[in-house]
Design a protein around this ligand. Structure first.
Ligand code: AMP
Ligand code: GLY
Length: 411
């Protein structure tokens, strides 16, 4: 079967790499892909060009399409594929609202008694500010819609919270995506990510992962798209995990069916382990980045068979290696603020895997083309041992001042 992966980041490279191991896959395509994705034929069609993607699927006789990023989901790519009679592993536009609107997701969780932070929704800035004054800090201000991971402000002071409200509601920083804000109770605890393959009521969880979103060591510095992480997460108890499967993932799948938004695809829950047990920070309706790059190397199954089984209503019988995986992101110096592009990508050798993200150029000479350039990962019996392998390999580029990486991931 010919298979298409839509997207251009490290997540999509990891999907392509895993799919390339499948004997069921004939030709593998990525659209638009990136210059580091050599296991697939990259076709220059952007993620949101749904007509172009459908034409590609017809012309290359593609039997299965996997959607990486959220933007095409919000545009209804799955609905368009279904109308055209094409197989796609992705949620419909209605189901993708769970990620596309935080106010919808919060109200949904309240209706279905899925544990999450207390909240209120505002489009009037003065009412939002009154609420902040009444609640006190710390408090969390979120743009309602998709904001490329930049729409969340965890405010330590009232001034910061009010500035976030002005930014979103008055200065329209995120345009329509920020025309409504969700203001949430601050939750304390350790975070973890839990993804599952879902088809209607059928939920098949993957192993847990932990993503490090802050730019610098000890989770300091500005928020980023993710600087690396590890899987599985050893500090989630079996009890918390079972609770998360039953009272978060399963309830969400069932609740979406009850609301006429039956979900097919990957459901991602960002969870906080609070004193009262796991609570939802956010839902995504797709594979996480960088969680996917870290988790898929531990999957024993044929990934195409997993997609086929889940779509056919069959248990894919997920199996995982009894190992840990650690991935560290190499970023352009300056990221997530201004950074340069065009620097050569260094060769990193060792017993590691590499997922390319912000790269361009040719097979012979890749160059940097984004903030997060690549992820270097390794597997071993424990996360600290895997991390040692990654950091040993990264030592090779320690005198390269074009890039930086965190030195504390998985240790
Ligand atoms: P999100 O984009 O919703 O994942 O939020 C980005 C980050 O903000 C999360 O990974 C958390 O670290 C933090 N965050 C979001 N909501 C809350 C909350 N209610 N309490 C504490 N931290 C939060
Ligand atoms: N790792 C967070 C995300 O994929 O949105």
């Amino acid at each position: 079967m010919n298979v298409l992966v839509i997207g251009k980041g490290g997540r999509e490279h990891a999907l392509v790499q895993k799919l390339s191991e499948s004997p069921m896959v004939d030709e593998l395509y990525a659209a638009p892909g990136n210059a580091g994705i050599t296991e697939a034929t990259c076709v220059d069609i952007v993620e949101t060009d749904i007509d172009g993607l459908i034409a590609l699927v017809h012309s290359k006789d593609i039997g299965m399409t996997i959607v990486g990023p959220e933007a095409p989901l919000e545009l209804g790519i799955a609905d368009r594929f279904h109308e055209a009679g094409l197989k796609v592993f992705a949620p419909t536009q209605k189901a993708a609202l769970l990620e596309g609107s935080k106010s919808y997701a919060k109200a949904f969780m309240q209706r279905h008694e899925i544990p999450s932070a207390a909240y209120a929704t505002f489009s009037d800035p003065e009412a939002a500010k009154d609420y902040i004054q009444a609640q006190g800090v710390p408090i969390v201000v979120k743009a309602d819609g998709l904001a490329a991971g930049k729409g969340v402000v965890v405010a330590e002071t009232t001034e910061e919270a009010i500035e976030a409200v002005d930014d979103m509601l008055v200065n329209k920083r995120f345009a329509d995506a920020g025309a409504t804000v969700v203001i949430e109770e601050f939750m304390e605890g350790k975070e973890f990510s839990l993804m599952a393959f879902v088809n209607g009521k059928d939920v098949y969880p993957m192993i847990t992962a932990r993503d490090h979103k802050r730019a610098y060591n000890q989770d300091k510095g500005p928020n980023t798209g993710g600087m690396g992480g590890y899987a599985p997460v050893p500090d989630v108890s079996a009890e918390d995990l079972t609770f998360s499967y039953e009272h978060i993932l399963q309830k969400t799948a069932d609740g979406l069916i009850a609301e006429g938004r039956s979900f097919t695809g990957v459901l991602y829950a960002g969870l906080m382990m609070t004193q009262e047990g796991p609570k939802v920070i956010e839902f995504n309706t797709r594979f996480g980045d960088p969680e996917t790059q870290i988790i898929l190397p531990l999957m024993k199954n044929d990934l195409l068979q997993v997609f086929e089984d889940v779509l056919a209503g069959k248990d894919p019988e997920l199996e995982w290696e009894d190992q840990a995986s650690v991935g560290v992101v190499l970023a352009a110096n300056g990221y997530p603020e201004a950074y340069k592009k065009g620097m050569p990508i260094p060769q990193i050798n060792g017993n590691v895997y590499t997922a390319y993200a912000g790269v361009a150029g040719t097979d012979e000479q890749l160059v940097a083309n984004g903030g997060r350039v690549l992820l270097v990962g390794a597997k071993n019996d424990t996360a600290p041992e895997a991390a040692k392998t990654v950091y040993q390999a990264l030592k090779q580029i320690d005198n390269n001042t074009d890039y930086f990486y965190r030195t504390d991931i998985g240790l």
